[in-house]
Design a protein around this ligand. Structure first.
Ligand code: G3I
Length: 315
């Protein structure tokens, strides 16, 4: 059976994958991507980001994002929107302009409402705010925070929710998968937003892990988020290693994937799991970490690795 079919049978909403437009010319890849039993949810790895969708102020381009959205929605699959506000992959007009606080507010509102509004009715959940925290739990000092302080987060969440009331609005981050200062900062933020009546439906745990280093508190941490009244999703799962792959590393990676799926399985509010692309052929890891890779459940030749069986075992 496919991974999505297994996820559904286990009571989850979806098992999905990220994908990117240049990959869609690879026919063997697309054959797996389009197997709706395998992947019941799609995320655009790049083409819904700010630099792709509003490259000049007030000029919106959705062609690439629409291609990814159609992959999902034409097949009745779920779409996760990624993302509205993030300090990376911003066009230079955002990062190098000099704007007042009122102007930054308007820029965030226009971007979020136009982007989310364009995909209204097609998106299950949006990563409205991506990666707001430093690893020590302080807020990142980006163009949005520097103008508005943490208020930018509420501004973005309200604008996104107003543009598509049926889409769940999430905050998504990494290194919040286990308990610790950064996860605590996210919990405090969620509590604060809820107390102010700001819409917040979910927290995305990215889960870009290293073989043998899945946090032992993953399940406990998910329960703590859920106790705040939000749902949880595993939004960008991969498990990288220092190359070359060995049989021992691949076995540990299999166990790691199983651990992550089992943790989601154990927490009812964990709605689904997304891998950050399914094949090492298109993984972001080698481009970001020299000498590392092998992070995905399919290898560079689109052959399933032990990690695939780990996912199956986790369900
Ligand atoms: O579009 C240009 C292309 O014109 C140029 O020829 C090429 C040469 O390097 O670069 C292309 O841009 C790349 C872009 O992906 C599109 O492929 C950037 O260099 C590259 O840095 C960018 O990487 C993306 C990364 O986000 C940026 O931070 C990855 O594909 C994407 O998978 C990754 O995804 C992020 C999530 O959004 C947030 N969480 C972490 C995750 C992994 O970094």
């Amino acid at each position: 059976a496919g991974l999505h079919a297994l996820a559904k049978a286990a009571g989850k909403l979806y098992f999905g994958t990220a994908t990117d437009n240049p990959e869609l010319t690879d026919q063997p890849y697309v054959a797996i991507l389009n197997n709706t039993q395998m992947f019941g949810q799609i995320t655009a790895a790049n083409s819904m980001k700010w630099d792709a969708t509003e490259p000049e102020q007030g000029v919106f381009t959705f062609t690439q994002g629409d291609q990814i959205a159609a992959l999902a929605t034409n097949d009745g699959r779920l779409l996760r929107g990624h993302n509205c506000v993030w300090h990376e992959q911003l066009p230079s007009w955002v990062t190098s302009g000099t704007f007042t606080a009122a102007e930054v507010t308007s820029i965030i509102e226009t971007h979020c409402s136009t982007l989310v509004g364009h995909y209204k009715g097609k998106v299950y959940s949006w990563d409205v705010v991506n990666e707001p925290f430093n690893d020590d739990g302080t807020f990142g000092q980006d163009v949005f925070f520097n103008a508005l302080g943490e208020d930018y987060i509420a501004i973005a969440l309200r604008a996104a929710k107003a543009a598509d009331p049926n889409a769940k609005v999430y905050i998504n981050d990494f290194n919040i998968e286990g308990t610790g200062v950064k996860a605590t900062a996210m919990k405090n933020l969620i509590t604060s937003l809820k107390s102010q009546g700001v819409p917040i439906d979910g927290v995305g745990l990215q889960c870009h892990f290293i073989v043998g280093e899945v946090p032992t508190t993953l399940e406990e941490n998910m329960r703590e988020f859920a106790a705040l009244g939000v749902e949880v999703a595993i939004t960008e799962l991969d498990v990288r290693m220092t190359l070359p792959e060995t049989a021992a590393l691949l076995e540990q990676q299999k166990a790691d994937y199983q651990t992550v799926i089992s943790a989601c399985q154990a927490v009812p509010q964990c709605v689904g799991i997304t891998v950050w692309d399914f094949t090492d052929k298109f993984s972001w890891v080698p481009g970001a970490f020299a000498g590392q890779g092998g992070a995905c459940p399919w290898d560079e030749n689109l052959v399933r690795k032990p990690a695939f069986d780990g996912i199956v075992a986790g369900f």
